[in-house]
Design a protein. Structure first.
Length: 574
């Protein structure tokens, strides 16, 4: 029983889901900072020298802890014997129930970190002599996914045993404070007022302009924990630097240098994922590269990407792979999935294979065992990214990539998933002839930035349970805008952002003549546009008369029905 318990604690625990409730509710806003509930932040680590706390850290795996480079840049191999890590810690004046003290085998400081530029590459990984024993109050936190961009104004949490105010004392118990992420341009602007030269911008900022909430001395190395879309918590940053603690940083330029402040400055972990993954894989005595197979640029116009390279094995934990395929001029990219066995998760937030057409431009995200339909993209280039977490693997995947001449038939979205990046028509095969039974069509539409997508909706069959067109706001299918069906032509449908997904399906009975829908892009024209609800600038009278219901502009007449997603309610003829 003991051996089984230990095996489960090391191999099968999933990151980012604390078992203690209350404090980590993403809807709870904690103002000013307060004592944390014991076990609410099970990934927290106290880093000590000769028994005295001096920095924080975060558990990534049973043998690796994430921290800040500046905490260890002056330490030698000889001084390692003085450093201990304490997990399961809460009150530093008593022996807590789940407390474990561990020695450090090695400290890996990012090779680009230097004291002359302390905000750049301020990251370190600590390898433990023995494994951490996971339990209810000792758990790892998740690393962000390569494509996981946490937006500005997200409410994140910083924890630590650092000073409770500038020049103040240190607390005995773990403290927490909530901080909102800043936009990157605001972060860069304010940091120039306190450190004019920042080499290698590798940070994110968080905290209110008027101050009052911040990390402080002794919190360095601890995590900036942010909520992921699926409820897990990710370490978006490592506590690194700040001008004072909780100072007001509004109008910094008009203040004497000694009176200026800054938001909290945190090392951007997503930006440094390749380094993190490669160091951890070295410690696993596997390849020093973050990917278990050769990746990088693909030089031929056709081929197969497979991971692992040996079909008889599973892929490894902690992998980060990226392949870039560039087709010859006048060609499109076709991806065909030959095999897929990747850890299954409803949102593919654990292990995932992601297809992108550019930075942040996700076309598809895949996991599980069901083979996706081929993916046809009119762009000349495509990027495939694969990432795995710290536990549970599979037999991997094989994807055939081919440069193909554009073919209107292949771009129909039926039989393949078609990517559309231009205005035009979407239609079922052989339109206006009847489509076939059991038709499955899938389109991913990407508009330019600062635009929304308008689809002039087709006339559909009368029963939503038979044939329908589903409109989604994301490639993961988590946000449904509408399900269109009914005997009359509905009004145009608008996207929330510059991406929309259309899915058409028909049953095995009555066939209709199909549909043809026109796709167009509308500029937001400044900041007056809103993501949810309200009108978008640039929308003409052709959408009126309308009834404003949540975020859709709609009108209908029987027997047309509009079934909206669960967050928006349900509209139908009276």
């Amino acid at each position: 029983a003991t051996l089984l318990s230990l095996t489960n604690s090391i191999c099968c625990v999933k990151c980012g889901f604390p078992q203690e409730e209350n404090i980590l509710s993403r809807w709870l806003r904690i103002v000013g900072g307060k004592e944390a509930k014991y076990g609410s932040y099970p990934w927290m680590v106290s880093v000590r020298s000769k028994g005295i706390h001096f920095c924080g850290g975060a558990i990534l795996t049973d043998r690796w802890v994430l921290s800040a480079a500046h905490c260890f840049s002056t330490h030698s191999k000889e001084s390692l014997k003085n450093i201990d890590l304490v997990v399961g810690e809460h009150d530093q004046t008593v022996l807590d129930a789940d407390e474990q003290v561990l020695n450090v085998e090695a400290i890996k400081v990012h090779e680009k970190f230097h004291h002359s530029s302390p905000m750049s590459y301020d990251i370190a990984l600590l390898l433990l002599v023995r494994e951490i024993h996971f339990g209810p109050r000792v758990q790892p936190i998740c690393l962000p996914l390569p494509s996981e961009i946490i937006p500005a104004q997200t409410n994140c949490i910083v924890t630590g045993w650092g000073r409770i105010k500038e020049g103040g004392c240190t607390p005995a118990t773990l403290q927490q404070v909530d901080l909102e992420l800043l936009e990157a341009h605001r972060c860069q602007h304010v940091l120039k007022t306190v450190r004019p030269v920042v080499k290698g911008f590798t940070v994110v900022c968080a905290g209110p302009e008027r101050g009052g909430r911040d990390a402080c001395q002794g919190d360095s190395g601890g995590p900036l924990a942010c909520p992921g879309v699926d409820g897990r918590w990710v370490v978006a940053g490592v506590t690194s630097w700040g001008k004072g603690c909780g100072r007001n940083w509004a109008s910094n330029g008009g203040k004497p240098p000694t009176k200026r402040g800054s938001p909290g400055v945190f090392t951007d972990t997503r930006l440094l994922l390749p380094w993190i993954k490669s160091i951890i894989r070295q410690g696993m005595r596997s390849s020093g590269w973050p990917c278990g197979v050769p990746d990088g640029a693909l030089t031929s116009d056709r081929g197969v990407i497979s991971n692992p390279g040996d079909s008889g094995k599973n892929y490894s934990n902690n992998e980060l792979c990226s392949w870039v395929f560039v087709a010859p001029p006048g060609h499109a990219v076709l991806l065909e999935f030959l095999n897929l066995d990747v850890e299954s998760d409803p949102l593919c937030s654990r292990d995932q294979l992601t297809v992108l057409t550019g930075p942040g431009q996700v076309v598809g995200r895949f996991c599980g065992h069901e083979l996706p339909s081929p993916l046809l993209m009119p762009t000349r280039s495509a990027t495939l990214q694969f990432t795995s977490d710290t536990s549970v693997t599979g037999r991997g995947f094989s994807v055939r990539f081919t440069a193909v001449k554009p073919d209107p038939g292949m771009g129909s979205g039926c039989g393949v998933t078609a990517l559309l990046q231009d205005e035009g028509l979407v239609q079922t095969p052989q339109y206006p002839e009847c489509y076939g039974n059991q038709s499955r069509c899938h389109w991913v539409i990407q508009a330019p930035k600062a635009h929304v997508i308008k689809v002039r909706s087709p006339q559909m069959s009368e029963g939503c349970v038979y044939d329908s067109l589903t409109v989604l706001a994301d490639v993961d299918g988590t946000e449904k805008i509408a399900v269109l069906c009914g005997g009359t032509r509905p009004p145009p449908v608008l996207s929330y952002e510059n991406l929309m997904v259309l899915q058409f399906h028909s049953d095995g009975s009555v066939q209709h003549r199909g549909f043809q829908a026109r796709v167009s892009f509308i500029s937001r024209q400044g900041e007056g546009a809103r993501r949810r609800g309200g009108a978008y600038p640039g929308i003409t009278d052709e959408l009126r008369p309308v009834t404003l219901l949540s975020s859709l502009l709609i009108h209908y007449s029987p027997p047309y029905s509009l079934f909206m997603g669960p967050r928006h309610g349900h509209a139908s003829p009276s």
